[in-house]
Design a protein around this ligand. Structure first.
Ligand SMILES: Cc1c2[nH]c(c1CCC(=O)O)Cc1[nH]c(c(CCC(=O)O)c1C)Cc1[nH]c(c(CCC(=O)O)c1C)Cc1[nH]c(c(CCC(=O)O)c1C)C2
Length: 366
């Protein structure tokens, strides 16, 4: 792969490696914490910066992505940054039109309807050309972070992206996309394979650009059952991790990978044996049982109910303490079980971060 030869080597030295150490199951003084959607509409500075600008235009501006990535870190002592972007830049790179419609979310004016529509997709995507703007944003942000915390790159997983490409936007049932799984299994596998190929190159490009960890979002695992998950999600999640890791090993790099299959608790054992260092959890799983079911094979990330941030600060602190006791402080990264909502109070996000740091330091001294 060409882009691995171009790894910039003049990045500032990392000052806080708690997140990376926790990914590898190593000891840390405190439990590292970050929040999914930490760059988002709950921050007034985010709303002000985004006002009047098109969402995907913002994604295509490395300077804007850098600014939005850094905003939450100016407020809170998060232990990791996640690059501002979106999972739907991949369908765009494959030739589909995606627009962000205010009050509605991402919308595909012409979603995939039948297997013949796969012919409309770019058969061979040049990720450097189509997604180079993300790589530029990552390199710029890694410099501007000045080694404060590691930078996480991310992608949507194949099934989740397939679901958006067929549904044409958000959905509660995902029945259009699931119709493909039952009616057009071969075409489904063809599309999932196409997506996997692009995702592998995209993640490698992000590492070459400076990403220090990678998260794969299988946000729509919950609408699959265990049987469909085994056939249409898990093999591709595994393939992505194996291929990315094989390539990175060749160039002597070690970048931890996180898999987050939202509502995919039925797949927890399998996910813990899928070549990812970290398994992300939503709030429907009890921390102790997650530890038991994953048998110490992986680090765990999560999983406070985002809505617990509506509670008073003292209550947040108690909930965090219980969560830390359940997971233990080793091989654990605190996070929410899903992203922050726009109406959440930034002060309570601060209380969450502080509770994780304070209680985990205390537990480590015991
Ligand atoms: C802040 C934001 C993003 N995307 C969207 C918004 C809100 C719209 C706006 O700001 O104008 C629209 C935006 N983009 C998407 C949605 C969900 C639509 C739906 O399914 O109904 C919305 C509202 C699609 C999307 N996009 C993403 C996922 C996976 C995570 C998840 O499960 O929530 C998904 C499913 C990933 C994503 N998306 C984003 C990040 C940035 C980094 C961070 O976390 O701080 C990330 C990681 C950024």
């Amino acid at each position: 792969l060409i882009f691995l030869d171009h790894i910039p080597k003049d990045f500032p030295k990392l000052k806080n490696d708690a997140f990376l150490r926790a990914c590898h199951g190593q000891e840390t003084n405190h439990v590292p914490v970050w929040c999914m959607r930490q760059a988002g509409r709950y921050l007034p500075e985010f709303r002000e910066f985004r006002a009047g600008k098109d969402f995907f235009e913002t994604c295509r501006s490395p300077a804007a992505c850098c600014e939005l990535t850094l905003q939450p870190l100016r407020r809170f002592p998060f232990d990791a940054a996640i690059i501002f972007s979106d999972i739907l830049v991949i369908p765009q790179a494959m030739g589909m039109d995606v627009q962000m419609v205010a009050g509605k979310g991402p919308t595909f004016p012409e979603p995939l309807k039948e297997p013949e529509d796969l012919l409309l997709l770019q058969p061979k995507v040049d990720v450097n050309k189509e997604l180079g703007y993300v790589f530029k944003a990552i390199t710029l942000t890694r410099h501007k972070l000045d080694g404060k915390v590691p930078l996480i790159g991310f992608t949507g997983a194949p099934w989740t992206l397939m679901a958006y490409m067929i549904e044409g936007g958000g959905s509660t049932t995902h029945s259009k996309a699931k119709r493909w799984l039952y009616r057009h299994p071969e075409a489904s596998h063809k599309l999932l394979k196409m997506l996997t190929d692009v995702i592998v190159e995209y993640l490698l490009g992000q590492v070459a650009a400076g990403a220090q960890a990678l998260q794969v979002f299988e946000s729509h695992a919950g609408c699959l059952g265990p049987v469909e998950f085994q056939e249409f999600s898990l093999p591709y999640l595994r393939d992505i991790a194996r291929k990315v890791k094989d390539q990175l090993k060749e160039s002597g790099q070690d970048v931890p990978m996180i898999v987050f299959a939202k509502d995919g608790h039925y797949g927890l054992e399998d996910l813990s044996q899928s070549h990812y260092e970290v398994v992300g959890l939503d709030w429907t799983i009890d921390p102790r049982s997650a530890r038991e079911r994953t048998g110490g094979k992986v680090s765990l990330q999560g999983n406070m109910d985002p809505c617990a941030l509506y509670a008073p600060k003292e209550r947040i602190s108690e909930i965090v303490k219980k969560m830390l006791e359940g997971f233990g402080t080793r091989g654990y990264i605190a996070n929410l079980g899903h992203g922050l909502y726009p109406d959440m109070d930034p002060e309570n996000v601060g209380a969450f971060v502080e509770a994780v740091h304070t209680h985990s330091r205390h537990l480590n001294l015991k």
